[in-house]
Ligand binder design. Structure first.
Ligand SMILES: O=C(O)CCC(=O)C(=O)O
Length: 305
């Protein structure tokens, strides 16, 4: 077991965790439902969380705890780290409000931004795992949050050089009882050839998150292994699943509000179906060494002949 995570085998063994469903549960087929183009009716399960839009100070300026040497070592050994006190609850609530404002117009956003990570990638019916890609382009105010600043600072501490946002981020919701997991995968498989060699990826739930709700799970050390073959379960699906994963090694990272996980782009990870009555709402973003540093590294290689 690594870090503050919980070995899934241990969680299965009994209290306090309940049974973990690791295989992708069969879900009601999406589509065939009447489309709710406004997004309003479909996302009614979010209504309770919606607050009048506020841009209150979320504590961006407050001093943040640097990672300990043990945490940095654990990240490099395991390829992931759970950080329970990543940011403040007030800040995360601000992130959540911005994300919810985007979901309120989900079906009206440009198609390149929206996908269902469930069984069918693109359809107009109720979404199993609605995803908004490049949320930062749609809501640049996310960059003003303490969460964003913390990601940059923690990335620099972990990798040891100035780090910048790669330009990619996404918000992912698992509706209550969505009956659909995000399959085991390595993010690197989705990156094109131009992707940086090293990138690290943050996952920020906007509330307490448990195994039953679909917290992150990782295979420790998998970032040092090969990129596994991935396949789509169905031609209509967007999500890809890694083949040959030994899930007996999985470590789950339940977190309190304000917590986050960070993982290497090659680390195998998964989130289970949301088996609770509450929606699971997360924001995820990627950081890599800044281009300036990548360029100077290349020119150093050139001059070393
Ligand atoms: O939030 C999820 O369900 C999955 C997130 C994930 O796999 C990712 O951001 O790479």
């Amino acid at each position: 077991m690594a870090g503050p995570g919980l070995s899934v085998a241990q969680a299965r063994a009994g209290p306090p965790a309940r049974i973990v469903v690791e295989t992708r549960a069969s879900a009601p087929a999406p589509g065939g439902h009447r489309s709710s183009k406004s997004g309003g009716a479909e996302f009614a399960y979010l209504a309770r969380l919606m607050a009048p839009t506020t841009r209150a100070n979320s504590g961006r300026g407050a001093a943040a705890r640097p990672l300990s040497p043990a945490e940095i070592e654990r990240f490099h050994r395991d390829g992931f780290l759970g950080i329970p006190d990543f940011t403040t609850p007030a800040d995360v609530l601000q992130v959540r409000q911005i994300v919810l404002d985007l979901y309120a117009r989900f079906h009206r956003l440009p198609p390149r931004h929206v996908l269902d990570l469930g069984e069918v990638g693109r359809h107009a019916g109720p979404q199993q795992i609605p995803e908004i890609n490049w949320a930062l382009q749609l809501a640049p105010e996310l960059k003003q949050t303490r969460t964003f600043a913390r990601c940059a600072a923690v990335a620099e501490q972990l990798i040891g050089c100035p780090m910048g946002h790669t330009g990619y981020d996404h918000a992912i919701i698992k509706p209550p009882h969505n009956a659909c997991a995000t399959p085991w995968h390595q993010d690197r498989v989705f990156a094109g050839d131009a992707a940086p060699l090293v990138s690290i990826h943050f996952w920020i739930p906007t509330h307490d998150v448990s195994i039953e709700m679909g917290c992150m799970q990782f295979i420790p050390g998998s970032h040092r292994g090969p990129l596994l073959p991935h396949r789509r379960k169905d031609l209509r699906a967007h999500a890809k699943e890694a083949e040959g994963v030994d899930t007996s090694q999985a470590v789950a990272c339940p977190l309190p509000i304000g917590g986050a996980t960070v993982h290497h782009s090659r680390t195998l990870h998964y989130t289970g179906p949301n088996m609770t009555d509450a929606p699971r709402i997360a924001w995820s973003l990627e950081f890599a060494p800044r281009l300036r540093e990548r360029m100077s590294w290349r020119s150093l290689l050139r001059f070393r002949g």
